[in-house]
Structure formats: structure tokens, C-alpha cells
Ligand binder design. Structure first.
Ligand code: HAM
Length: 426
């Protein structure tokens, strides 16, 4: 292993690609900030029990993929594998649900950790932007979240994504279905592996999610949840669908969609992208009406989603979408000689204070090397000054697009540059 290597399943974000991640986070959060969602930040680790109870002991996320550890002080903690349980814990701790305004609408952005088998699009450290709307049961809220995610992806210029929608029923109808499914699966006179047998007992719905063709074949004729939904769940789901359709959001009903976390009830959805291979889910979420009680809180029906930033960037790259990322630097200053260094450094500081993105040729390189750096920086203008310019009270202002260069009086440089940068087409 080389000394300079990020841990397995992780990677660093470095310029210029890192700018895409910032732009994606910005684009995903913009519709949320515009719709009454307030920003929340929680610690990167929590009491391990929060996830065991919340996400579910039988899920892969908790049973196999959690970075759980004991601190020197004996606390049992886990790096957060997801955001929903933490956000709900924090909202309860701060009594946000008692402050009067329900739903409590929150958005977040951060790093999550799962000890998964790394592959393209699947990492051990990844980044999500998420939204949770806590304390209200209203199909319009489910629809709102799906519409906002759709808006976020569209604003980024993505087109090859699809929305899969399902209802997982509630605490009335799902247990009845679960039992029927379990009966069907147990009676299958087929050789299923140990793992799948175990799953039938603890989490039979996940068996439906099995991607292996031989397992899928055996599932033909399995009872479907759709046929077991109670009237309240059916009506709720129908309303979500009507609202989405009215908003012009296209979705696909996918009755096989079960998610990898135990807390979901009723509405569940996933955003999948067709250019990503097997790790196609760019985002997912749903309603979790029982989670608050599962972690020891009051009944707070809620809904939310999290979109994967890493996979969204991969989806953009798969579609060849170039985000309009403005050059980080507008002006690049190149001094020739000691005196010019001092004068130009002063000018750089002034321009920065006036809000112009400016950089400087550090390290006293020659003109050629410095001009190369100026080019690479993407700056629109270069300022060059040597002793003769300064003696005349000037600097040379070069427009890097047109190649034109002119002498401008030192005292006027800032105003001239700001004028040109704000001119239409600049
Ligand atoms: P999730 O489906 O586990 O849901 O994750 C959401 C998104 O995070 C995925 O669709 C994917 O884009 C990204 N993601 C997950 N694991 C990885 C990984 N190993 N590498 C790269 N990207 C990954 C949740 O986390 C729920 N908390 C969503 C939610 C919020 N439900 C209700 N509210």
C-alpha cells in the first residue's frame, strides 16, 4: 500500500472535481431552503442503540455495515450510517415538535459511513443531502418531498432518472401481509441459502428485493402487499399519486420496492438513474410514522428522503452534464520584481476586500511560469506590473479572452476591473 492512499472504500474530493460536489449539495438543498426547511446538523456518531432500534437490528445496515465501537470511557457508539434517526433524535431532544409548528421541516448535509463491499458508486464513506418533515400525516407532505427532489435533479440538468413509488402499508395491514408472505416463502419447496431462510423469518419483505435471478424466479406468485393494503393506506397512497401527477412529476409504481431500513410505513420511493450500473439508486426515502416511538419518543408521523451526493455526481458524469461552475478566480496578479510585488499584493488585497476573486503569483517565479498559472486559474484578467509600469503609475491589464492588453493607472485599476466584470457578457 502506498503511504498516500485513502482508506479502502473512501476517496478524497480534490479540485477541480470537488467543485461539482459543492454545486450538487447547493442544488439539492436550494429547493428545500425555498420550501420552509431549516438547516440541522448532528454529530457524526451516536449511541449505537439509536440505529439498532431505529434503522432495525435485522437490516444489513445495522447487522453488517455499521462502524460500531466502544470509547475509552466505555460508551458504545456508531458512526452514523444514515441521517433520519439522528435528526429525529435531535428534534426530540430540542423539543422542536413542541414549539407549535408542525411539521418540523429540516434539511441536512453530511458524511455517512457504511462498511459495505466497495464498488463503483458504493463507498464506505459517502455524502448525502437529506430532508425530514416531522410530526404530520398528510399526503401533500409526501408529495412535496418527492416534487422537491425531482426539482433538484432537474435543476442540475439530469434527465435519465426515474422515480419508483410504493406503499408499505401501516401497522394495521402490514403485519397481516407479512404473515401471508412468510407463509408463502416458508412453503416454497426450494433450496434457498441459509441467509435467505433467515431473512424469511426476520425480514420477509426484503426477500422480495433479492436481485438474483434464481431467487426472483421462485418469487413468482408471491402475495403482493398491494392486495393487502387497508383502506386508509390505499386512500393515502392514491392521494400522493394524484398530487404528484397534478404536479407533472412522472413516477413508476413499483410494488417490489422495499427499502433497506426497517422504519418505513406507507409511502416509499427511490430515485434511480439509468447510467449507473448496479448501484443505480441516487436517492430514496419514505414515510416513517413509527420511528419516533421506536426510539422512545411520542407518536410523530414523519416523512423524508436522502439523496446521495456521490452518486448524483456520477449520474451527472454519466449524462455528460457540465455544471456551470464559475472560475474561482477573476483576476490574477503577476508582479515583476520586488517593488511590484509589494504594490500588486496591496492591489490584490484591495480587490479581494471589494469582492473580486483575485489570486497572486506567489513564490517569485518568472513571467512565463506565472502567466501559465494565470491561464490555469481561469482568470478573466491578468495584472502585470514591472518597474517601468510602476514608475509611470500604471499596471498592464490583460483580458485573457481577447488577448488585449493596455496600461491602466494604478488608482483606476479596481474600478476598471469591477466595471468590466459586471458588464453584460462578462
Ligand atoms: P438510503 O436509501 O439508505 O436511505 O440512502 C439514500 C441514498 O444515499 C442512496 O440512494 C444512495 O444514493 C446513497 N448511498 C447509500 N449508501 C451509499 C454508499 N455506500 N455509497 C454511496 N452512496 C450511498 C437513507 O439513508 C434514509 N435515511 C433516507 C431517508 C430519509 N428516509 C427517510 N428520510
Amino acid at each position: 500500500m502506498s503511504t498516500f492512499q485513502a482508506p479502502k472504500g473512501t476517496y478524497d474530493l480534490t479540485p477541480p472535481r470537488s467543485a461539482k460536489f459543492l454545486a450538487v449539495r447547493e442544488a439539492i438543498s436550494a429547493p428545500l431552503r425555498n420550501s420552509g426547511y431549516g438547516y440541522i446538523e448532528t454529530p457524526g456518531f451516536e449511541d449505537v442503540n439509536l440505529f439498532a432500534r431505529g434503522v432495525g437490528e435485522s437490516t444489513d445496515i445495522v447487522s453488517k455495515e455499521m462502524y460500531a465501537f466502544e470509547t475509552k470511557g466505555g460508551d458504545k457508539l456508531a458512526l452514523r450510517p444514515e441521517g433520519t434517526a439522528s435528526v429525529l433524535r435531535a428534534a426530540l431532544e430540542a423539543n422542536l415538535h413542541k414549539a407549535g409548528n408542525l411539521p418540523v421541516k429540516l434539511w441536512y448535509s453530511g458524511s455517512y459511513y457504511r462498511y459495505e463491499r466497495p464498488q463503483a458508486g458504493r463507498y464506505r464513506h459517502f455524502s448525502q443531502v437529506g430532508a425530514e418533515a416531522i410530526g404530520t400525516e398528510d399526503p401533500a407532505l409526501d408529495a412535496e418531498l418527492i416534487i422537491l427532489a425531482d426539482q433538484a435533479y432537474r435543476s442540475l440538468g439530469l434527465t435519465r432518472f426515474r422515480i419508483l413509488l410504493n406503499s408499505l402499508g401501516d401497522k394495521e395491514c402490514r403485519p397481516v401481509y407479512r404473515e401471508a408472505l412468510q407463509g408463502f416463502l416458508r412453503d416454497l419447496d426450494l433450496d434457498l441459502d441459509e441467509e435467505t431462510r433467515r431473512r424469511i423469518e426476520i425480514n420477509p419483505l426484503r426477500v422480495l428485493d433479492d436481485k438474483r435471478t434464481d431467487v426472483r424466479k421462485q418469487l413468482v406468485g408471491a402475495p403482493m402487499l398491494r392486495d393487502y393494503l387497508c383502506d386508509a393506506c390505499k386512500a393515502y397512497h392514491e392521494e400522493v399519486r394524484v398530487l404528484l401527477t397534478a404536479a407533472g412529476v412522472v413516477y413508476e409504481d413499483d410494488e417490489k420496492l422495499v427499502r433497506g431500513l426497517d422504519y418505513y410505513t406507507r409511502t416509499t420511493f427511490e430515485f434511480v438513474h439509468d447510467g449507473l450500473g448496479s448501484q443505480s439508486a441516487v436517492g430514496g426515502g419514505g414515510r416513517y410514522d413509527g420511528l419516533s416511538e421506536m426510539i422512545g419518543g411520542p407518536a410523530l408521523p414523519s416523512v423524508g428522503w436522502a439523496l446521495g451526493v456521490d452518486r448524483t455526481v456520477l449520474a451527472l458524469e454519466a449524462e455528460g452534464v457540465e455544471l456551470p461552475i464559475p472560475a474561482a478566480t477573476s483576476v490574477y496578479a503577476v508582479p515583476l520584481g520586488e517593488e511590484a510585488r509589494r504594490v500588486l499584493f496591496g492591489l490584490v488585497t484591495q480587490l479581494r476586500r471589494e469582492g473580486v476573486a483575485t489570486d497572486f503569483a506567489f513564490g517569485g517565479r518568472g513571467l512565463k511560469g506565472a502567466m501559465k498559472s494565470a491561464n490555469r486559474s481561469g482568470a478573466r484578467f491578468t495584472l502585470v506590473a514591472g518597474e517601468r509600469d510602476l514608475a509611470e503609475g500604471n499596471v498592464q491589464l490583460k483580458d485573457m479572452e481577447s488577448g488585449e492588453q493596455e496600461a491602466v493607472a494604478l488608482a483606476d485599476v479596481s474600478e476598471v476591473i469591477r466595471g468590466r466584470l459586471s458588464a453584460p457578457g462578462a
